[in-house]
Design a protein around this ligand. Structure first.
Ligand SMILES: CC(C)(COP(=O)(O)OP(=O)(O)OC[C@H]1O[C@@H](n2cnc3c(N)ncnc32)[C@H](O)[C@@H]1OP(=O)(O)O)[C@@H](O)C(=O)NCCC(=O)NCCS
Length: 379
């Protein structure tokens, strides 16, 4: 019998990313995440994940020109936004808008690799605009058009807040995009690959992936972390609440991982960012609360007496970092999506290059031998 959650099942071969869960290491295309987070921009990561090599300066400039040109929303999507902003969550808006975008893509129904690449780049370019527009519309503020002079991350903050972002905030957001861009066979990437494996298209795969990301056991965890911190008055209160959660067998958001058995390497960066942003803003409350929870999840004994050994994952410190940057909580998961659309689309193209339909089997545990009773006689 296989594991219920497909633990340790290899579902694909990939050249895109790799994790060593025991050592807490992550690579994109052979580069360590530490090297990339320190030395490459998100735009370089977009190129890397799709082309399996870092861009030269002219290659990066060409990609940038394309992304900047494609940031503007199609008028239909802009017209849809007031209805979506009134009636849906940001993640539902993103799922619906990404799906609807297929109707306006200049490449239409062309599913050649070249067209699918352009569609992926358009979606990468468009998602920040969708999210910022949604937030401006729902709060009754004027929509800010994209600024072609700014990077992907800085432009997002510009469209969201309507002012030139603080360079430190833009750099921090850029780094979080780098950290979030891909992560092997996580639930949303697997979803995208399953859809792609039927030879369905990029828009369908991205739409499904957004649906998978939305859940609190996956991308939704960063919002759940901040919601939890906000219910706490101080670090002592946070500690008490989390101990109660563990006693009641509740999952503490932002901790634990299917693959990592130690600190998530991305969490090291986000921990530092959360501290620095808190200090710059003169409010380290959220950072301090977060720090207080780490030993609890690590050291609390399980029923066996062994320590739980649960460590912060990528979503734990991104919560306090984004909150300190003034980003509304329900945009945390969509922002994760802004970055991960890069990895999803790279995986879709990789699946298409060497495809076999993904179709696992199951273990039927229901009855046999039943007979249909006429409906009038059924109890
Ligand atoms: C990420 C997650 C879904 C992984 O699930 P998983 O691979 O099935 O978890 P594991 O098999 O490692 O869990 C081992 C044990 O730790 C417990 N556990 C795992 N994460 C936990 C958490 N965050 N809080 C409390 N207990 C947790 C499990 O309930 C399980 O307990 P059991 O052995 O008594 O049944 C899970 O850790 C989780 O729900 N975390 C919180 C949500 C989150 O932060 N998600 C973002 C992931 S990047």
């Amino acid at each position: 019998m296989s594991d219920k959650g497909l633990r340790d099942v290899i579902a694909a071969q990939t050249n895109i990313s790799d994790i060593d869960g025991a050592a807490g290491r992550l690579w994109y295309v052979g580069y360590t995440i530490e090297d990339l987070a320190r030395n490459a921009s998100f735009e370089e990561i977009i190129y890397l994940l799709h082309n399996l090599e870092l861009p030269t300066r002219p290659e990066l400039e060409k990609l940038n020109r394309f992304l900047i040109r494609e940031r503007e929303l199609h008028p239909f999507l802009a017209r849809m936004m007031p209805t979506l902003a009134q009636n849906t969550s940001p993640m539902s808006m993103l799922r619906t808008s990404v799906s609807a975008s297929s109707a306006f893509d200049p490449d239409g129904w062309d599913e050649s690799p070249e067209a699918e690449y352009r569609k992926a780049m358009r979606l990468i370019a468009e998602t920040p605009t969708l999210i910022a527009t949604f937030d401006r519309v729902r709060t009754g503020r004027e929509v800010i058009p994209p600024n072609p002079g700014l990077s992907h991350a800085a432009n997002f903050l510009w469209m969201l807040h309507g002012q030139e972002p603080d360079p430190e905030d833009a750099d921090t957001l850029d780094t979080t995009f780098v950290l979030y861009a891909d992560h092997t066979m996580n639930a949303s990437t697997f979803t995208a690959r399953i859809i792609a494996s039927t030879l369905s298209d990029t828009f369908s795969a991205m739409t499904g992936a957004i649906g998978a990301l939305k859940g609190p056991l996956h991308g939704g965890a960063n919002e759940a972390v901040m919601q939890l911190l906000l219910t706490c008055t101080d670090a002592t209160d946070a500690e008490r609440k989390v101990r109660d959660m563990l006693t009641n067998k509740q999952k503490v958001p932002g901790f634990g991982h299917r693959v990592y058995r130690t600190f998530d390497p991305r969490a090291h960066f986000l921990r530092k960012m959360s501290k620095q942003l808190g200090e710059a803003a003169g409010n380290t409350k959220w950072y301090e609360m977060s720090e207080r929870l780490i030993p609890i999840l690590r050291d609390t004994p399980k029923s066996s007496g062994e320590p739980m050994n649960l460590n912060p994952n990528v979503d734990f410190f991104s919560a306090s970092a984004y909150y300190t940057m003034g980003i509304p909580i329900d945009l945390f998961t969509p922002i994760f999506g802004v970055a991960r659309v890069t990895g999803w689309s790279a995986h879709v193209m990789e699946q298409h290059r060497n495809n076999r339909i993904i179709r696992p089997t199951d273990d039927y545990v229901g009855p046999f031998g039943l007979k249909v009773v006429p409906i009038e006689q059924r109890q």
